[in-house]
Design a binder for this molecule. Structure first.
Ligand SMILES: Nc1ncnc2c1ncn2[C@@H]1O[C@H](COP(=O)(O)OP(=O)(O)OP(=O)(O)O)[C@@H](O)[C@H]1O
Length: 261
């Protein structure tokens, strides 16, 4: 890949302190999360349905407002950012979604280019006036994700795996300093899921991007993550290397043991 972006000099990518989220008062979903991300690589977040994994990622990119705590990113507290400062911070946080969130009626290359909208004036964004440099970068990224020959096709003509590749290219097009992926493989077959994780790992390595991935498949997570965060009931109960996770940890995270084989 020849697209140049980030350097490896960051040592404090993201620090989450005491993060709390209540959707309804008195019913906390996140109960005080502390996570410090100091290096690139895949960090897998595992935990049962409803434990707050998506809520955590949505707080980090401020799709939702945290109730309390700090999310320190690029010398600012994302929890406090508003207006143009929030817009500037958000474009440094790339997001990949389970259901891809592409604009189905646009072409593949147009979808990748939408990753640049946060950098453009409202007028240019409305007219979709992308610079030649952005267009070149979008084509390079499409090549990097193996979809060059699909550039002019409508997004809704692609398979799920191809759509997720577009979603990843769009997130990287943002030139982010951190990537968040919310169950990026859950809608895909096992082989395609591995290919998507390989792609995330490749971008994470080449662009020195910390990549937080919510994922249900513990085996797949262990294969690609350098660090696993196990959440249960709104708190972190494991934070360490994949090889350190024991059956005891899994019982603590998911509860019960009949599902363990
Ligand atoms: N917008 C919302 N308003 C109210 N409650 C919400 C909202 N979004 C999520 N919740 C609740 O917060 C809890 C955590 O949901 P969240 O989606 O963060 O969990 P999760 O760990 O990502 O689950 P899954 O693995 O099934 O995606 C759930 O009880 C959910 O119903």
């Amino acid at each position: 890949m020849s697209v140049t972006h980030n350097t490896a000099e960051h040592s404090n990518f993201l620090e989450i302190r005491g993060l709390k989220k209540e959707y309804t008062a008195g019913n906390p979903i996140l109960k005080g999360i502390d996570i410090h991300i100091t290096e690139p690589g895949i960090v897998a977040i595992i935990g049962p349905s409803g434990t707050g994994k998506s809520t955590l990622l949505r707080c980090i990119n401020r799709l939702i407002d945290p109730t309390d705590g700090q999310i320190l990113f690029d010398d600012s507290d994302l929890c406090l950012a508003k207006g143009s400062q929030l817009r500037k911070l958000r474009r440094q946080v790339g997001m990949v979604f389970q259901e891809y969130n592409l604009v189905e009626r646009l072409t593949v290359i147009e979808n990748v280019l939408t990753g640049r909208l946060g950098y453009m004036s409202a007028w240019k964004a409305w007219r979709r006036k992308f610079s030649q440099q952005d267009i070149n970068t979008a084509f390079e990224l499409l090549e990097a994700v193996g979809l060059s020959e699909h550039a002019k096709k409508r997004a809704d003509s692609l398979s799920g795996g191809q759509r997720q590749r577009v979603g990843i290219a769009r997130a990287v097009m943002q030139n982010p300093r951190i990537l968040l992926a919310d169950e990026p493989t859950s809608s895909l077959d096992p082989k395609t899921a591995v290919e998507i994780m390989e792609l995330l790992q490749r971008f994470s390595d080449e662009k020195q991007l910390p990549t937080l991935v919510n994922i249900h498949d513990v085996k797949l997570a262990s294969r690609f993550a350098k660090r696993m965060i196990g959440m249960s009931n709104g708190v972190v109960v494991y934070d360490g290397p994949p090889e350190g996770i024991t059956d005891e940890h899994l019982k603590q995270i998911y509860g019960g043991e009949s599902w363990l084989v």
